[in-house]
Design a protein around this ligand. Structure first.
Ligand code: SF4
Length: 497
């Protein structure tokens, strides 16, 4: 047996990419865990906690020391055959596995792997096969091997009652042909470890099933290769398979792709990238000129949870608006700022809806950037609070979406084919800058809000994050104000070059 201990997660890493697995063991110092991956671990932890609470009377194996964990598991199974065991730890042929839930039945244990995902993924099946193999080799009878994943149709009714949060899927049929493969996987993984660093180029495997934490290490040699200024990524909404085809034909530089292979939008992006001259159709400004005052510029920050926090919300599906920012332009060029942010930990939806109705009044255009999102949230609030429904629906009727106006009438080479507000803003208002903010994007905003709500967050940190959220959301609506002004000013001047 090799001196390297293996675990279920290491074998899964080997299946994703042998080089990842090799680096994990030989060069953990190169590992860089992204914020998103950290968030994923935290969500997994929260989901696991709920899963345990749903099965009271269980014995948790929480020894950090491996041999003690193995010993505690053996004792728990022997002494309490009628009680659930959580994090039961087993080892076979140097491979360590921890089963999230082992639930006793008269015909053996239900072994349940708990995942925060909303459905069963192919790697979950491998995962369960490795566990079932190791547990079976320890002589434990498994009645079933199951995966508990979050059920997005669950509607939380409050009071900590999470019965129904999980869907349990039996995977015995799927894992049955894989169990006999596991010893082969283990042997091949060991072979990988005993050799030098595998020669594997970065590719699709780097993002699936997980974002690889060694991407920086692997890509650092690649960045030495000169990349064209305009890669195929400037072709917005082009399918990845089409880009692959173009690369297969030898096109890495977007400017080299023949016109006959491009649609009208892509031809336009290519033309502007080639000339490096921005194009603005004065119709954008004319459309805005025709609108009345006061004008409102509105943006939401929302959050969803794997484990719902507030009654009448569902895992992942319910986007709760915890913050909004609104710049009000009473008359041309005269703006004031309004904001809603609830960090109390209570359900913010009612207060958010009431304040929004009060701030946005009864008339005047409400500018947003990508209306599907804001309209969707307002519609949900109207469904939740029937007494506010008329006023909320009326707000939706006043929405003017700046995104399609920008997309149809404006393009700048520095946007590199993206019309996201963060791509457009530096080309129209370079003095507004997201990079210096504590909270710099929507993902950061969600993470900041989660951290603010966490009971262990210190006051000083909570205040810093709260201020960061205020600045960030305010900048989002100021960006819209400046974009609208830019369109109007430039329509007076004509075409910008
Ligand atoms: S970045 Fe890609 S190639 Fe490098 S180890 Fe990770 S998965 Fe393998």
């Amino acid at each position: 047996m090799s001196g390297y201990g293996l675990s279920k997660s290491r074998i899964v890493a080997w299946k994703q990419c042998p080089k990842r697995f090799w680096l994990q063991v030989h060069h953990p110092d190169f590992l860089e865990v992204s914020n998103e991956a950290e968030r994923g671990f935290q969500v997994g932890f929260e989901v696991g906690e709920v899963a345990m609470k749903l099965h009271p009377g269980g014995i948790l194996i929480d020894d950090e020391d491996l041999s003690r964990a193995l010993d505690s598991t053996r004792k728990a199974l022997e002494s309490h055959p009628d009680r659930p065991v959580f994090e039961a730890t087993f080892q076979h042929d140097g491979v360590l596995v921890r089963a999230d839930l082992m639930l006793p039945t008269r015909k053996g244990y239900r072994m349940i792997e708990v995942k925060s995902a909303a459905s069963v993924k192919p790697y979950h099946v491998d995962d369960c096969a490795i566990q079932a193999w190791a547990i079976g080799m320890n002589g434990i009878v498994l009645r079933s091997v199951e995966l508990a994943h979050v059920d997005t149709s669950f509607v939380y009714q409050g009071k900590g009652d999470y019965h129904g949060l999980f869907q349990y899927r039996e995977l015995d049929e799927e894992i049955s042909p894989l169990i006999e493969q596991v010893p082969k996987w283990v042997a091949e993984a060991r072979l990988t470890l005993s050799g030098g660093e595998p020669c594997i180029e970065p590719g699709e495997q780097c993002m699936a099933p997980f974002e690889c934490p060694f991407k920086t290490y692997c890509e650092r040699n690649m960045v030495l290769l000169e990349e064209p200024k305009y890669t195929l990524d400037i072709f917005s909404r082009m399918r990845e398979s089409t880009k692959q085809e173009l690369r297969g034909m030898g096109y890495e530089d977007a400017l080299d792709v023949p016109q006959e292979l491009l649609n009208e939008t892509h031809k336009r992006i290519q033309r502007i990238s080639r000339t490096e001259i921005a194009e603005l159709d004065p119709d954008a400004g004319r459309m805005l000129d025709a609108l009345l005052y006061p004008r409102y510029y509105l943006d939401f920050e929302t959050i969803n949870f794997a484990v719902p926090r507030w009654a009448q919300t569902s895992p992942y599906r319910t986007q709760v608006t915890f913050q909004w920012s609104c710049h009000v332009e009473e008359e041309p060029g005269k703006i004031r700022h309004e904001m809603f942010l609830d960090v109390s930990g209570e359900d913010p939806r009612r207060a958010s809806a009431e304040r929004m109705i009060g701030t946005l009044g009864a008339e005047g255009p409400v500018f947003v950037y990508n209306q599907v999102f804001e309209k969707g949230r307002i519609t949900e609030l109207a469904e939740l609070f029937p007494d506010l429904a008329d006023e909320l629906h009326a707000l939706n009727g006043r929405i003017v979406d700046l995104l399609p106006i920008a997309r149809a009438h404006y393009c700048h080479p520095d946007m590199k084919g993206s019309w996201s507000i963060k791509a457009v803003l530096p080309t129209v208002a370079p003095d507004l800058d997201y990079t210096a903010l504590t909270v710099g994007n929507g993902g950061d905003a969600q993470e900041a809000f989660r951290e603010i709500l966490h009971p262990e967050t210190q006051d000083e940190r909570r205040n810093l994050l709260t201020e960061g959220l205020r600045e960030y959301c305010k900048l989002d609506t100021l960006a819209m104000v400046r974009l609208a002004w830019f369109f109007q000013e430039m329509s007076d001047i004509g075409k910008k070059s």
